[in-house]
Design a protein around this ligand. Structure first.
Ligand code: GLV
Length: 325
């Protein structure tokens, strides 16, 4: 019998695919047992000699990790659609395919963008805390009054699968939907009743601006002080993509100065967000701990895809889903 494939998995995964992998004699798995990611020195030590690596967005997979693994490494399989934590170019230089998990999380993440749109507009978190804090004494005409979502204009920055799914949901709310994508997507826009527009116009005309674009060198700080100046007073920013796409200092300043009306963030520039962040002192900001794709069903599907990518990579076959190849 040939030696089992050695694989380092940076956290135990949900789903049947992973359970089967654990039982499969063809694999020798080393699974990091903690909820926190392996510290850098552990990561570098544990990848030495592995044939496959399964990782999460919390793991920085760069040239040093790949070199520590060695030239036998055949596949890096990430359980996420975004791979900004993986140096994809360094993998490509070494001929290592990088797997990701698109598609299965599209609707779950779009649902979360909508949860943030509604929570921010209708002050849901603030209102729930108001009740828990015993502040609910009566009913008044303007008590915790927010802004309407139905009939408003929704702007979507980045019009990939998730952006389109966010737009599709807006139809039920009778919204005008504007979208911007680096490479224009007029057909996709028309298919979901959206209008493709210029970046500045999406910002200046929307009541809600949803960020749904991959983090790259080009999109880092895409939503900066200038963008906030363009936005309508009272507009709400929602980010379910990656934190560094938004300049967080500029966001805090825009909120503090009343330049925009609120923010719903599933992601922050540094995760977890520091408890010292001014964003946490603002009633009109909802911050979630990066749970856009976090339904049990979707996380199970993502894990299964990551396992399928791992298996294919180890077998020398094209990955069912890969990036940068
Ligand atoms: C999660 O953020 C992902 O990229 O899948």
């Amino acid at each position: 019998m040939t030696a089992p494939y050695r694989v380092f998995v940076t956290r135990a995964l949900p789903g049947n695919g992973f359970a089967q992998l654990l039982e499969d004699p063809a694999f020798d798995l080393d699974v990091w047992p903690e909820d926190f990611p392996p510290p850098r020195d552990e990561l570098l030590a544990r990848v030495a000699g592995v044939d496959g690596l399964v990782c999460l967005i919390t793991d920085t997979i760069d040239g040093q990790v790949l070199d520590a693994a060695g030239s036998q490494l055949r596949v890096v399989s990430q359980m996420a659609v975004g791979v900004d934590n993986v140096d994809v170019a360094a993998c490509a230089e070494r001929g290592i395919p990088v797997g990701n998990t698109p598609g299965v999380l599209t609707d779950t993440t779009a649902d979360m963008a909508w949860a943030l749109i509604l929570a921010s507009a209708r002050r849901v978190v603030e209102a729930a805390e108001y009740v828990k804090d015993g502040e609910w004494k009566t009913w008044t005409p303007t008590q915790i009054a927010g802004i309407d979502v139905h009939g408003a204009t929704l702007g979507i920055i980045g019009f990939g699968a998730i952006g389109q799914a966010i737009a599709r949901r807006a139809q039920g709310f009778g919204m005008r939907v504007l979208c911007w994508n680096r490479s224009p997507r007029p057909k996709e826009a028309a298919a979901v009743g959206a209008e493709q527009s210029e970046f500045d116009l999406v910002l200046s005309q929307s009541d809600f601006v949803c960020v749904s674009i991959a983090l790259t060198d080009d999109t880092r700080d895409l939503i900066d002080a200038r963008a906030f100046e363009l936005m309508k007073p009272g507009a709400i920013l929602v980010n379910t993509a990656r934190g560094p796409i938004v300049d967080e200092d500029a966001l805090a300043a825009a909120l503090r100065d009343g330049q925009i009306g609120g923010a719903g963030l599933d992601v922050t520039a540094v995760e977890p967000l520091s408890m010292d962040s001014p964003l946490l002192t603002m009633d009109n900001v909802v911050v979630l701990p990066h749970i856009g794709s976090a339904s049990m069903a979707t996380r199970g599907k993502m894990a299964d895809m990551a396992v399928a990518n791992l298996r294919a990579g180890l077998a020398g076959q094209p990955l069912p889903n890969s990036v940068g190849s």
